[in-house]
Design a protein around this ligand. Structure first.
Ligand SMILES: *Cc1c(COP(=O)(O)O)cnc(C)c1O
Length: 407
């Protein structure tokens, strides 16, 4: 089947968005995208490659596509002035009501939420302390944050932006010993829950016993939707989500949920205020509103229907790949973080000599260009469909089959 046939076939699938329940997904037409006002194809004019994202929500691939509801809210907001603090106050309260937590605020991402929450914990509502960050010791503030070695992650740098030093521990005993007068907070990386010796509930309980505030990083942890409620309920003071991953809000937005006092204190380090470590974490009004609407849209999504759509797309692609001799596929769902059906495709190098890098390059240089994710080893890749525009799974299936057959 050539590309033209493919596109023709796809137009026989009317509005595939209908599968996605109330959260309408854009139907894929195969037509080049043009700017509505100018009719320009900006990326093409700039020589920038666009591609089908069969990989997932990767920052280097610009995350996720915002839903039409979010884009409409962004357009709406762009036509009025509002007071930035009032916008944050009211949107934060609305998000808290939706997620049954004490308070919330929109940040410029999960990492920003971690830095700002740390700042709020350090300064409290003392405005004199806000400009003193990140010089903690000289100004009599607490200086340490504690996390498990098994939770080491680059993004924990967000804690250090405030001047806090991270103390790494492994066991419960080490944790209890590490807690001191200097301890400002304890950080938990939810994605690594099962890798550490101390799991999510116990970690929070130990912190509570010692009266230490807790931050949990749940950046990539929807689906399931329940996670938006679960960790504030569990007692974590601050819960952080990315806005531009599963929630499909603005890529430079995120959510900070939880303790009202800490979030209000964190806001002292955010714009419009300038003499703060958070001045660079501005969120424009369009994205503040867009984040709220992305959340509302996500909460209204028929998650079971969406899951079934992903499963059927994964099956289509997996079946196509398996028609090639030497190819094996398996569907796995990560327990936490990127908890979505993920297709692992691997092949026998005796039958298909191409390496994973070769296959990825062939998919990338095809028409249309396709990005997939790495697999385990040199002869494996992985694919997710949740970032596809419905209809694109047919192209991915056909192209994957083609490059594996020629491999
Ligand atoms: C993506 C991610 C972040 C960063 O999130 P942003 O919203 O891009 O700031 C932090 N922690 C984890 C675990 C992530 O997956």
């Amino acid at each position: 089947m050539n590309r033209r046939d493919l596109l023709k076939n796809m137009s026989a699938f009317p509005v595939l968005g209908a599968f996605a329940g109330t959260a309408k997904l854009l139907p894929f037409t195969g037509e080049p995208v043009k700017a509505p006002l100018t009719g320009k194809d900006y990326f093409k004019d700039l020589g920038i490659r666009t591609f089908i994202n069969a990989a997932g929500t990767y920052t280097f691939m610009t995350g996720s596509l915002m839903r039409p509801e979010v884009l409409s809210a962004i357009q709406y907001a762009s036509k009025e002035y509002v007071m930035l603090d009032e916008l944050h106050d009211k949107v934060g309260q609305r998000i808290a009501d939706l997620l049954h937590c004490e308070y919330a605020t929109v940040t410029s991402g999960a990492a920003s939420a971690i830095t700002l929450a740390s700042a709020g914990i350090l300064t409290g509502m003392d405005e004199k302390k806000v400009p003193l960050l990140p010089f903690l010791e000289a100004n009599g503030m607490k200086t340490e944050a504690i996390m498990q070695n098994a939770h080491r992650i680059d993004y924990a740098h967000a804690i250090q932006n405030t001047g806090l030093k991270i103390i790494y521990i492994d066991t419960k005993e080490e944790l209890e010993n590490a807690i001191s007068e200097k301890t400002a907070l304890m950080y938990f990386l939810n994605a690594n829950n099962f890798d550490g010796k101390i799991q999510v509930e116990e970690f929070q309980q130990i912190a509570k016993k010692h009266n230490i505030p807790t931050i949990i990083d749940c950046a990539a942890d929807v689906p399931p939707v329940d996670n938006l409620f679960r960790y504030t309920k569990m007692g974590y003071d601050i819960v952080c989500f990315s806005g531009g991953k599963g929630l499909r809000g603005p890529q430079s937005a995120g959510l900070m949920l939880g303790n009202k006092k800490i979030i209000q204190a964190a806001r002292l380090s955010t714009p419009p205020r300038g003499n703060t470590i958070g001045r660079g974490y501005k969120v424009n009004k369009e994205e503040v509103l867009g984040m709220l609407v992305a959340l509302e849209t996500y909460l209204n999504t028929d998650h079971d229907k969406e899951w079934k759509l992903w499963e059927s797309q994964i099956k289509l692609i997996g079946d196509a790949a398996e028609t090639v001799s030497g190819v094996v596929t398996e569907v796995k769902v990560p327990a936490i973080a990127n908890h979505i059906p993920t297709l692992h495709v691997s092949w026998d190098p005796k039958k298909i000599p191409a390496t994973a890098a070769d296959i990825k390059e062939k998919l990338r240089s095809g028409t249309p260009s396709i990005e997939v994710a790495g697999g385990t080893g040199d002869h494996a890749i992985s694919i997710t469909t949740w970032m596809l525009i419905p209809g694109q799974e047919k192209i991915v299936a056909a192209q994957l089959k083609k490059v594996l057959s020629n491999g």
